[in-house]
Design a protein around this ligand. Structure first.
Ligand SMILES: [Zn+2]
Length: 374
């Protein structure tokens, strides 16, 4: 992975390269960034850069022996840990799959990865105690050829208390070893692990940079690229999904869903719920994100500056009519309801029942009157 293949965040890239050149490299680091920020790609570009034989000020050379192996993820001193599903206990059993998934989309989410492993199933991802011991054993061996042996632990959020097996290693990795943790959410990472890693904060990709990347990589016109970038909120992975699914489909469904919720009639709600929940978990998750974005936009339209809006013209037309129903007495409740549903959608719940309950809940919230300020 070359730094220039990653969207935006030039300041951070420069800082990482400067650190690498100075030799002041922290041996255990956490690349922390939201989904779609490119944190995994950046960790990998960093690992490639510190091992490149001819790096310059702007990037790895991309052509030395080490770079070639890093670019295909086949370097013998590059190791990965990622969530697996039972009965698989060790990440290395899935290495071929992992390489293919990353090379296809370096911005993939844990949800995408587990879906790939699960097929139609819905098993939870985890990182096993055996995996932790395997990391320790692997890093105890001498490196083959690299200056720095690298182990990337992607989504340490999946380490339960077994993760504590790793503490000593994280605190004092063997010589010339880099352990790069790559995660989204510090609240879900063991505090004992957090406290042992140097934090590298990966900011969200700016709208302008995301729009530019979308128009260059996906040959779409500037207006569409800007629309998709605004909706994706710095998440390139989301942008890919939106481009693939054509977000007009979301808008139409969302506007019908809100009307059905407001009616509070089961006969109106049921067909929309069937349509949404029949579209699969990934669609549902993205649709819920889209819905949160629209609910926020309605609130912004009513109470804040319109230049903050992340919508296109069709959506704006809807918001004009919908925004009077949004205010501070129901906004947090509805957003929480949508957020909780994302959490449940990723697990083994019935989507139909979940959406039915959510629809009735949102319907009640939409009827809540704003308190009059006297
Ligand atoms: Zn190189």
């Amino acid at each position: 992975m070359l730094f220039r293949e990653i969207i935006g965040n030039q300041k951070l890239k420069d800082k990482l390269m400067e650190l690498a050149r100075s030799g002041r490299i922290s041996h255990t680091q956490l690349f922390l960034g939201a989904e779609g920020s490119g944190n995994l790609a950046l960790a990998l570009a960093f690992a490639q850069y510190v091992n490149c034989h001819n790096p310059d000020l702007n990037d790895s050379c991309g052509s030395c022996n080490s770079c070639v192996k890093f670019s295909k993820l086949v370097h013998p001193d590059l190791h990965f840990t990622y969530p697996t599903i039972s009965p698989i206990r060790l990440s290395k059993e899935l290495l071929e799959d992992w390489r293919a998934a990353f090379l296809e989309n370096p911005y993939l989410s844990d949800f995408d990865w587990l879906k790939r492993l699960n097929g139609e199933g819905n098993k939870q991802g985890n990182m096993t105690a055996d995996e932790c011991r395997d990391i320790i054993n692997g890093l105890g061996l001498k490196s083959y050829e690299a200056k720095f042996k690298v182990h990337i632990i992607w989504m340490p959020e999946y380490l339960s208390k077994e993760g504590n097996i790793l503490l000593k290693l994280l605190e004092e990795p063997p010589e010339n070893t880099l352990i790069l943790l790559v995660g989204n959410n510090t609240e879900k990472i063991l505090p004992t692990i957090l406290s042992r890693a140097q934090l590298v904060k990966v900011p969200r990709v700016s709208d302008a940079e995301l729009a530019h990347a979308i128009s260059m990589r996906h040959q779409c016109d500037d207006q569409k690229a800007q629309d998709v970038a605004r909706l994706s909120d710095g998440n390139y992975n989301m942008a890919l999904t939106l481009l693939a699914l054509e977000k007009d489909g979301y808008f139409d469904l969302f506007s019908r869903w809100m009307r059905a919720c407001y009616s509070q009639k089961i006969s109106d709600i049921q067909p929309v719920v069937d349509e949404i929940s029949g579209s699969g978990r990934e669609f549902v998750k993205n649709f819920l994100h889209y819905s949160s974005q629209m609910i926020r936009s309605a609130f912004i339209y009513r109470f804040a500056k319109q230049e903050l809006l992340r919508v296109n013209q069709t959506e704006l037309g809807f918001l004009v009519k919908f925004s009077p129903f949004m205010h501070d007495e129901n906004l947090p409740q509805i957003l929480q309801g949508l957020d909780d549903s994302v959490f449940h959608a990723e697990r083994n719940v019935s989507l139909k029942i979940m959406f039915l309950n959510l629809s009735l809940y949102i319907g009640r919230q939409l009827k809540v009157q704003k308190k009059q300020v006297s």
